[in-house]
Design a protein around this ligand. Structure first.
Ligand code: NAD
Length: 290
């Protein structure tokens, strides 16, 4: 199949690599250069999103934020300007559910199919083709997308109509963000109380406090291994989407709002491009003033 892939960052690069390795013809576009390993593996680098769309039956997006997706779809030399008849657009970025419904309506008005399919599982999930994928779109569009998603992910769930995949992803980010803060506070307290946080983490693994966050992010906190991974700046974007939804629905998400603020403080201190496990550094600053 001819598949376009736009957004070749931490996540998109290994995901596109799996599509190439499966034998698809993959057309690639990113802002700067396409990484040489993807081209060596057989990927074809093109100059614009429009050129990628013109060459592809299916166009996959893995971009940072809502304005990036809007620009790549509908900007100058965007995907929509050259979409093939009956094409399928799969947006795997984590973006606004509200904007997604509008993008889906515009794309389907051109006779194409739309699936929003944001992911969870991080860089490791992308590298190991083990992502959890939450999809929104019609049954028919999801049926078309599923074999492609299966190349990149393990648990693939069709949640509902266009935008519902993004709603599920926002919920995921609330749970992950608040759990990171909880793990950070627990391990920070352990260290300040004089107990070895690595031993505390080990002891809690397997009890009710266990989680993938305790295992993976807890280890990163202990090792101070904060190269991303998932950048704090991107996670704040996702909690902002949750807060927007809460405002629109007149519901309170008080702890989401607090972690959103703590992420803002981390970004203000220059930590925005660190992995979200670096949220523990807020606690160090609060405790020591440094
Ligand atoms: P990233 O910043 O590493 O990569 C984004 C890529 O998009 C970059 O290569 C950038 O050059 C490219 N890009 C931006 N604007 C573009 C444009 N106009 N045209 C073409 N390319 C453009 O981000 P990432 O970590 O790979 O995340 C991508 C998406 O996946 C985000 O929405 C993020 O929230 C989500 N996500 C990330 C993780 C993670 O652990 N990193 C996990 C789950 C979901």
């Amino acid at each position: 199949m001819k598949i376009g892939f736009i957004g070749l960052g931490v996540m998109g690069r290994p995901m596109a690599g799996h599509l190439i390795a499966t034998g698809h013809n993959v057309f690639l576009h990113r802002v700067k250069e396409v990484s040489q390993d993807l081209v060596t593996a057989g990927g074809i680098a093109l100059d614009s999103a429009a050129a990628v769309a013109a060459a592809s039956e299916v166009v996959v997006l893995m971009l940072p934020d809502t304005p990036d997706v809007e620009e790549v779809l509908f900007g100058d030399h965007g995907v929509a300007s050259c979409l093939q008849d009956g094409a399928l657009v799969i947006d795997m970025s984590s973006i606004s559910p509200v904007a997604t419904r509008e993008f889906a309506a515009r794309i389907t008005a051109q006779g194409a199919d739309w699936v929003d399919a944001p992911v969870s599982g991080g860089e490791a999930g992308a590298k190991n083709a083990a992502l959890t994928i939450m999809a929104g779109g019609t049954e028919a569009a999801f049926a078309r997308a599923k074999p492609i998603l299966e190349v990149m992910g393990k648990r693939i769930t069709h949640i509902g109509s266009a935008g519902d995949g993004q709603v599920a992803k926002v919920c995921n980010q609330v749970i992950v963000g608040l759990t990171i803060e909880a793990v950070a506070e627990g391990l920070f307290l352990a260290a300040r109380a004089g107990a070895d946080p690595a031993r505390v983490r080990e002891a809690l693994t397997g009890g009710f406090a266990d989680s993938a966050i305790l295992k993976v992010h807890g280890e990163r906190m202990i090792d101070e291994a904060f190269a991303p991974g998932f950048r704090i700046a991107l996670h704040r974007k996702d909690l902002g989407l949750a807060i927007d939804a809460a405002r629109a629905l007149d519901v309170a998400l008080p702890n989401t709002a607090m972690v959103h603020q703590l992420m803002g403080a981390a970004i203000g201190r220059g930590d925005g491009d660190l992995d979200h496990s670096a949220l523990i550094r807020n606690l160090q600053v609060l405790a020591s003033g440094e």
